[in-house]
Structures are given as C-alpha cells and as structure tokens.
Design a protein around this ligand. Structure first.
Ligand SMILES: [Fe+2]
Length: 200
C-alpha cells in the first residue's frame, strides 16, 4: 500500500480574516474574453469606459451632495429630483462598469481612484446656492455627453456594438433627459404674475 502524499487539510469554523495576496488582474489590463472582438478593440473600449465611469460616478455623487445640501423655496422638488437622478446615474455606473468587465478589463471602483481620474471639476465641501448647484450639474452632464458621443462613434467604427448600444441607448439618452429636467430650473420665469400682465 502506497502512502498518500496529499496534505491533510484541517477545516475549522473560525473565519480566516486578514488575508492578503497579489492582484489577480492589474488595472488597465485586458484578459482574453470569447466575445468575438479583437483585443485591441476591447482594450480601447475598456479604457474609454473607465474614463466614463469615473466621470459618471462623480456626477452621481454630485447629485447626492446637492440632494443633501439644497436650499430655498424649491428645496423639496429639487431634493426629490436630485435623488431620482442620483439613482439613475447609479444604474449607469453599474452598466458601464460591468461592460468593462465583459470586455475583459478592470473597472475603476473606489472614490480615491475616481478622484484621480475624473475630469469633472471638484466642488467645494460646503453648500452653494441652487443656481450654482445646477450649473455644476449641467457642466458635468455636458462633459459626460461629449465624451460618450465620441466613444460611441469609436465603438461603432470598431464593431463594438454592445458598447455603442450602452453609450447611445443608456448613457447619452439618460443624460440628455436629466439635462432637460435640471436646466428648466434655471429659466427666469415668473412664479405668480406674468410679465407685462400688470398694465390693466
Ligand atoms: Fe435622501
């Protein structure tokens, strides 16, 4: 009878905490993924989408900041609207990040890394007036829309239809709709008495 060379593993109910090991995939790398897209195409899309997810996470968090810090007569409607847009941006973040993983890439995730990557300007920690809050949101939306359109065209040209679809159907259309809802709050329209209606 031969003696087994297998090591006996003693199991325990104790949790094995504080484990650390090397990364299994480096940020910026692309693994083989059998989705019939060339590695160069998947790498280009993943790199672009990482910039987009960093900017979308920042825009999402800008909405939550303004949801908490909004003030004035439109407090309630903006408090609710900002949170609705935060939730819609959260869904976009998940879609974009998971598309990066589908392509074989690694999605940026943590706020410190996002802060290094985003091109959306950093707001102050303190509170700002509603018109300033809204102006910041519109500027961030325009950054996202400009880069998303360029990325969508590039993805389409390279045959990455899945990425193009997410960019056009989800990212661009959601951001355009949110811009409309937010921008209307900067129209200087009378609340009670119509302009020119006081003569008679
Ligand atoms: Fe809330």
């Amino acid at each position: 009878m031969t003696k087994s060379t297998a090591t006996t593993v003693r199991r325990s109910a104790a949790p094995l905490t504080e484990q650390r090991a090397h990364e299994i995939q480096a940020f910026g790398s692309v693994l083989p993924m059998p989705i019939a897209l060339a590695e160069d195409t998947r790498r280009a899309s993943a790199d672009n989408l990482n910039q987009l997810v960093a900017d979308t996470i920042t825009l999402r968090d800008l909405y939550k900041k303004h949801h908490w810090q909004v003030s004035g007569p439109t407090f309630y409607q903006l408090h609710l609207l900002f949170d609705k847009h935060f939730n819609e941006q959260s869904e976009l973040v998940d879609l974009i990040a998971e598309r990066i993983m589908v392509l074989g890439g690694v999605s940026v995730a943590m706020s410190a890394d996002v802060a290094e990557m985003t091109i959306v300007p950093r707001p102050p920690k303190g509170r700002e007036e509603v018109p300033v809050q809204i102006s910041r949101l519109l500027h961030a939306h325009e950054i996202v829309l400009e880069e998303a359109r360029a990325m969508a065209r590039k993805a389409a040209n390279e045959g990455d239809d899945g990425t193009n679809d997410i960019l056009v159907s989800n990212v661009i259309r959601t951001n355009e709709m949110q811009v409309w809802f937010v921008a209307e709050h900067l129209v200087d329209a009378p609340l009670v008495r119509a302009d020119g209606n006081g003569a008679g």
